[in-house]
Write a new protein. Structure first.
Length: 226
């Protein structure tokens, strides 16, 4: 009882980032879409912002990058990526991702990617944010489908109120990823899931998986989906 009360009192920060795209041009030489869209999150407390910054700066130093340079996971050496992830799992944070198998997405949703994106985010985020009284979601303003998030807060509030009977306080904030170390860190989480599903490469993913800190790994529209 006390633990649940403590969880509800403590505010959380949820950082969101993606890997992949929302295109459906598979196998075309000049316009080849990813097979999966991965939306990943990291949920932690704001007191860890300084630690996230320190970890990202140390990783940039290993890659001989300036502090103000936005280092992407895809441009980071394997050694430095694994260094970052091995240190990240020591933090009091949890991770998750929804993996959309785009090849099995129905035609109706292919033509309405805003609906697809918001639906996937609701499946991913509601089980997490309903457990906390105060939640801030931080997303890259340059990320894909930012426009769809203009309606996302109302969509989530209605779902929380009427489906979950939850009336907590949450907000969504957009930030330039180059100025937000939390978003930069989640890029490495999304990339770890991407390497698993797009390339069957598990080195990055196994570090997170073996830490026991993956709260969600949800495959949407997999081969067994109707």
């Amino acid at each position: 009882m006390f633990l649940m009360l403590l969880i509800l009192i403590m505010g959380k920060v949820v950082y969101i980032d993606e890997s992949g795209d929302l295109g459906f041009s598979f196998g075309r030489p000049k316009d080849n879409s990813s097979h999966y869209l991965i939306i990943a999150y990291m949920i932690s407390e704001s007191i860890y912002n300084a630690k996230l910054k320190s970890l990202m700066i140390r990783t940039k130093k290993k890659e001989k990058c300036r502090r103000d340079y936005e280092l992407k996971a895809s441009a980071t050496s394997t050694k430095s990526r694994l260094y970052l992830l091995n240190n990240l799992i020591k933090f009091n944070a949890n991770f998750g991702a929804i993996i959309i198998n785009k090849q099995n997405v129905k035609p109706e949703l292919r033509s309405n990617t805003n609906l697809l994106y918001n639906y996937a985010c609701r499946l991913l985020l509601v089980p997490q944010i309903k457990n906390y009284n105060d939640v801030t979601i931080i997303k890259d303003k340059r990320s894909i489908k930012v426009g769809s998030w203009n309606t996302f807060p109302d969509y989530i509030k209605i779902w929380l109120w009427y489906e979950e009977n939850c009336f907590n306080d949450f907000s969504i904030r957009y930030s330039e990823s180059q100025n937000c170390y939390g978003i930069q860190i989640v890029d490495y989480i999304a990339y770890a899931f991407s390497r698993k599903y797009e390339h069957n490469s598990l080195d990055d993913y196994n570090i997170i998986k073996n830490s026991g800190k993956i709260a969600d790994e949800f495959l949407l529209y997999n081969k067994n989906s109707p």
